[in-house]
Design a protein around this ligand. Structure first.
Ligand SMILES: Nc1ncnc2c1ncn2[C@@H]1O[C@H](COP(=O)(O)OP(=O)(O)OP(=O)(O)O)[C@@H](O)[C@H]1O
Ligand SMILES: [Mg+2]
Length: 266
């Protein structure tokens, strides 16, 4: 049994329930990813967004949890946002050693990977912040990490920094199979989405899905996630739409189904 004194917070795993409406949304998204990964021994998906605080890490962790726990895939979650790491908190593991030392070749993949309470899910936390910078992604270090992870895991989810203020995500995108873009309804601005589109243009063929993270203020977020998975052409079309004349500060309604009704708290 866990030592109650050790945990000052409740992790995402504590809150996770296979019956929760937001898990249904994540499952739907996973179905699309599994279609995309069909015929491949291993697939790597990077989750990013235009700006900070739009729900990248939460979405990435939920995808990894659902992949391992519900879809029984050998899954690895990599925290590659070394400036604002959070997966160690979400999954309640030690943050070090982790990706920063692994990229620098100081430790092996085995030493960097940590188990989680879900048997098929392992995590590489960020490691020491600031230890690996953009230069680390410039050579083939990150590519080597991904290549060795592919040999052990069917699905790999990479939690990345935001695209607009940080240079690493576009460098990392070269080495993954698909990009999932998160926007938070009411928060992500159209100019930021437009800028993200410009930055990601060189890797636009990797764009496979968009997720509108539909936060509602005042409710516990785990009761009110609205995760909407779109087909790539719809994501591209939505990004085309915002690239021209629309200056509305919030993302457009792309016709996705409504958010799940949150259960009442007792
Ligand atoms: N659907 C949601 N509704 C309400 N709050 C949410 C939702 N998803 C995430 N949050 C909350 O928003 C905050 C930011 O979420 P998260 O850390 O996942 O975003 P991020 O994009 O990874 O942020 P950062 O850029 O700092 O890494 C957290 O406090 C998280 O609990
Ligand atoms: Mg984050």
């Amino acid at each position: 049994m866990a030592d109650p004194k050790r945990k000052a917070h409740r992790s995402l795993l504590d809150e996770f329930s296979t019956d929760a409406p937001y898990v249904t949304e994540v499952r739907r998204l996973m179905q699309s990813l599994l279609r995309h990964s069909r015929g491949h021994a291993s697939r790597v998906y990077m989750v990013t967004s235009a700006a900070r605080g739009e729900g990248k890490s939460t979405t990435c962790a939920l995808l990894a949890i659902v992949a391992a726990r519900i879809f029984h895939r050998r899954t690895l979650l990599i925290d590659a946002d070394m400036r604002r790491p959070s997966q160690h908190t979400l999954l309640d593991v030690s943050p070090r050693p982790g990706l920063s030392a692994l990229i620098k070749g100081k430790i092996t993949l085995e030493a960097a990977r940590k188990p989680t309470p879900i048997p098929l899910l392992q995590i590489i936390p960020s490691g020491r912040p600031g230890q690996a910078s953009a230069e680390a992604y410039d050579d083939d270090s990150f590519a080597r990490v991904i290549a060795s992870a592919r040999r052990k895991h069917e699905l790999i989810f990479v939690d990345a920094a935001p695209v607009v203020p940080v240079v690493e995500p576009i460098m990392m995108a070269e080495h993954v199979d698909g990009l999932l873009l998160v926007a938070m309804a009411g928060r992500t601005s159209i100019p930021m989405i437009r800028r993200m589109r410009q930055i990601l243009d060189p890797v636009h063929e990797k764009l496979i899905g968009g997720i509108v993270n539909n936060a509602a203020e005042g409710l516990p977020y785990y009761y009110d996630h609205g995760y909407y998975g779109y087909r790539p052409e719809r994501v591209r079309a939505a990004m085309e739409d915002v690239s021209d004349e629309d200056d509305d500060p919030t993302p457009q309604d792309t016709g996705a189904p409504g958010a799940p009704t949150p259960p009442k708290e007792s």
